[in-house]
Design a protein around this ligand. Structure first.
Ligand code: NDP
Length: 480
């Protein structure tokens, strides 16, 4: 059985503990590889390697660093099938999705930030004819990047790429639940000729390796994507050391459907925004509010289309929904469906575990589930389920829609369907979310700021925001 290795100082190494964690294929419910159970000793080693590498890496020109990232991007492209298969097996997501979205996006992340650092400029302010201020943006030093299991390589590279481009050395930890593509990336870094210690990938558990990264006094900046509770713990750990921190956290995103929308486009896209990746995307819309005039029609059509979604072996080409990521996670999702019933919800479709036969008979599959009849303030509608479960609720008029949409502690993303331009602008301005999509969903431009408000996070990444985050601005004022 394959043993994954850490990538430290340019070498593939076993963990200091010599211990490994079982890595499970969620589609078959069985252990298929082993992940290093690393600890603070491995992080200590990685920090030393990064410290040795930093003076040389940070002194390279933007173009020289970009060349490494372009090379890595090309190697990801050249290995797309191997990486997509690994992602699908590790995570349970349909292979077709990993091929079309996850791996191409990981490649784009490196390509985009290679190009972005070559364009990156800082400000200058002429105070008077004889006084000039200019801002230097220097790399911070060692960046800690911690990412979750839902979009493994996609989100891992989203953090690593800007951190490296800006001249930092990186210590990165993927989720221990989905470590495989991060391991394959370390092999590609070796092939790309990355100098040892520039990027270090240390595998293991959040409370050991993750906590060792966030607590380490020589790591100056932390970029974290994951759950809100973990984010709060990281905020507590890092506050006394004044590390720079970016937290991209959970969501409970609203989809607002107005009667005047382009109905067919809305229906197709709402199906995707509800159930892509088994609903395990932080940007999925899990609370669907529908204007009363089209509620009955939407309910009928949406439920009919949801029933048609094929839940099957993620390696099958027709798979629209694969397995959810783990035994623990399927139990969480099913417990929320039970809660929804206790809270008075009616299950319109789904609502149960799907039992497949053959290879996947022990896999973690959940039928896409649509629930109605719940109050917007009940726990089902307030807490993040992070599975293929959505609620639908009617509303009357824009004011009520806005109030309902903003009625959770979260504020990550929102989607609005309307042909009324003024309404689109009003809601774009008033919705409490870091990202608002109008008449589309998950249409991403990597130059735009990305992140959440309220309990969905602190800080923004993406484009120049990410390059600013991973650098320290310093103003130099010259009188001449
Ligand atoms: P977790 O918060 O459980 O874990 C995220 C990462 O943090 C993992 O690598 C985890 O390791 C690690 N970790 C856990 N505890 C600590 C700790 N004390 N210190 C440092 N690191 C730690 O999230 P999930 O992996 O369950 O991911 C799902 C969550 O991520 C959802 O809430 C989702 O909304 C959110 N998310 C947010 C996005 C956004 O852009 N805002 C995008 C995608 C997901 P380990 O796996 O070993 O526990």
């Amino acid at each position: 059985m394959q043993k994954i290795a850490n990538y430290i100082a340019g070498k593939l190494l076993p963990p200091a503990s010599g211990e490994y964690i079982d890595n499970i294929d969620p589609a078959i419910g069985k252990v298929y590889s082993h992940t290093p159970d690393s600890d603070e000793r491995d992080i200590g080693q990685a920090v030393q390697a990064a410290q040795r590498a930093f003076p040389v890496w940070s002194a390279k020109t933007a173009g020289q660093r970009a060349a490494y990232l372009y090379r890595l991007s090309s190697l990801i492209d050249a290995n797309i099938e191997k990486l997509a298969l690994a992602e699908s097996v590790d995570n349970g997501k349909p292979l077709a999705l990993a091929l079309a979205v996850d791996i191409p996006r990981a490649s784009q992340n490196f390509h985009f930030f290679a190009s972005a650092i070559e364009q990156f400029a800082s400000e200058s302010h002429a105070t008077s004819e004889r006084v000039l201020n200019y801002t230097l943006r220097k790399p911070i030093g060692i960046a800690g990047c911690i990412s979750p299991w839902n979009l493994p390589l996609y989100l891992f590279s989203w953090k690593i790429a800007p951190a490296l481009a800006a001249g930092n050395c990186v210590i990165a930890k993927p989720s221990e639940i989905t470590p495989m593509t991060a391991f394959l990336l370390s092999e590609l870094c070796i092939e790309a000729g990355f100098p040892g210690g520039v990027l270090n990938i240390v595998h293991g558990l959040g409370h050991k390796v993750g906590a060792a990264i966030t607590a380490h006094s020589d790591i100056g900046v932390i970029s974290f994507t994951g759950g809100t509770r973990t984010g709060a713990e990281i905020a507590r750990t890092t506050a006394p050391t004044f590390k720079k921190v970016s937290l991209e956290l959970g969501g409970k995103n609203p989809t607002l459907i107005f009667a005047d929308c382009q109905y067919d486009d809305m229906l197709d896209t709402t199906l995707r925004s509800s159930f892509t990746n088994q609903g395990q995307i932080c940007l999925c819309g899990s609370r669907i509010f529908v204007e009363r005039a089209v509620y009955a029609k939407f309910k009928q059509d949406f439920v009919a289309r949801t029933r048609e979604l094929t839940v099957c072996d993620p390696l099958e080409p027709e798979s629209r929904l694969g397995a959810v990521v783990s035994q623990q996670h399927i139990e969480k999702i099913l417990s929320y469906i039970e809660l929804a019933k206790e809270e008075g919800g009616t299950i319109l479709c789904g609502g149960e575990r799907v039992q497949l036969t053959g290879r996947c008979k022990n896999g973690f599959f959940v039928a896409p589930t649509v629930i109605e009849g719940l109050d917007a303030h009940c726990r089902t509608n307030q807490e993040e389920i992070f599975g293929p479960v959505v609620t639908i609720m009617p509303f009357e008029g824009e004011d009520e829609a806005l109030k309902l949409a903003n009625s959770t502690e979260y504020g990550l993303a929102a989607t609005v369907w309307t042909e009324n331009l003024s309404r689109a602008h009003r809601l774009g301005s008033e919705l409490q979310a870091g990202v608002v999509w109008v008449n589309c969903w998950l249409l991403r431009d990597l130059r735009t700021p990305f992140g959440g408000t309220k309990s969905s996070g602190v800080g923004r990444e993406g484009g120049d925001e990410a390059l600013r985050f991973f650098t320290e601005p310093k103003n130099v004022c010259i009188k001449f």
